[in-house]
Design a protein around this ligand. Structure first.
Ligand SMILES: Nc1ncnc2c1ncn2[C@@H]1O[C@H](COP(=O)(O)OP(=O)(O)OP(=O)(O)O)[C@@H](O)[C@H]1O
Ligand SMILES: [Mg+2]
Length: 234
């Protein structure tokens, strides 16, 4: 469903991604793990169209989407929940959700989608009039995902959704990802919570200094000695 082919990305003269190749099949949960500054967010941003300085291809359903602007990609089904959530703190929960439905199709279905989002994330319904910035970190992450769902994604890209969250929310979040897949979504998830993501993901990639150095089934990587040493402190 989503393919990255021979992707190189740059900030000025500095290359941050080197010949990245990856595939996300329909209905999969795919993890991307790696240390700080490995290039995980740069890869997510590039797939979402928010970093333009790159070579190589991003394909959605086999079609290169390199020339689509970031704001055009959600209408094709590709939606990013960025690192640190990027909510509108002085707007209400409901207003943040409404902004998510910005493509023409999503807007036409917004009322129904909103009911679906409220059913999936009841905390957002309870707090619909609260200012986003006054919610707890975990609630804000649920709102960031709810806002992304308002865009009617087929593939959801999550960049460090559990960063800074209490353990109870970490568990809720991974349960939510599994629920979303059951509802037909495809999910790619960047995490430093390596144990959780490998236990949840069908497959995962390990990024080091802008290179993919390992890939495999989540559970198989979880038992890999090299990965255990580097990322799980075992
Ligand atoms: N806008 C930018 N301009 C210049 N360099 C950048 C920019 N954004 C990121 N970088 C650099 O690119 C490299 C990869 O950063 P990136 O944010 O993609 O890593 P990451 O794996 O997401 O890290 P983290 O786990 O801390 O979120 C880093 O060395 C970073 O300093
Ligand atoms: Mg990052």
């Amino acid at each position: 469903m989503l393919d990255v082919r021979h992707l190189n990305a740059f900030y000025g003269d500095v290359q941050v991604l080197h010949d990245i190749n990856l595939t996300v099949k329909a209905g999969e949960i795919v993890g991307l793990v790696g240390a700080n500054a490995a290039g995980k967010s740069s890869l997510m941003f590039t797939m979402a169209g928010l970093r333009t300085s790159h070579q190589g291809d991003v394909l959605l359903d086999g079609v290169a989407i390199n020339d689509l602007a970031a704001y055009e990609r959600p209408a094709k089904g590709l939606v990013l929940v960025p690192e640190r959530r990027r909510l509108f703190p002085f707007m209400t929960v409901l207003e943040n959700l409404e902004i998510g439905a910005f493509s023409k199709d999503a807007r036409a279905q917004a009322r129904t989608t909103l009911e679906e989002v409220f059913a999936l994330l009841p905390v957002l319904a309870e707090r619909r009039k609260q200012l986003a910035g006054s919610m707890s970190g975990g609630e804000q992450q649920m709102l960031a995902i709810g806002r992304a769902l308002m865009a009617k994604p087929r593939v959801l890209l999550l960049d460090e959704p559990t960063e800074g969250l209490a353990p109870i929310y970490v568990k809720l979040l991974f349960d939510l990802v599994v629920d979303l897949r059951a509802k037909g979504l495809t999910v790619m998830i960047v995490e430093q919570n390596v144990h959780h993501v490998l236990a949840t993901a069908d497959r995962a990639y390990v990024l080091e200094n802008g290179h993919i150095v390992m890939e495999g089934e989540g559970k198989q990587l979880l038992n890999d000695d090299r990965l255990k040493k580097a990322y799980l402190g075992l």
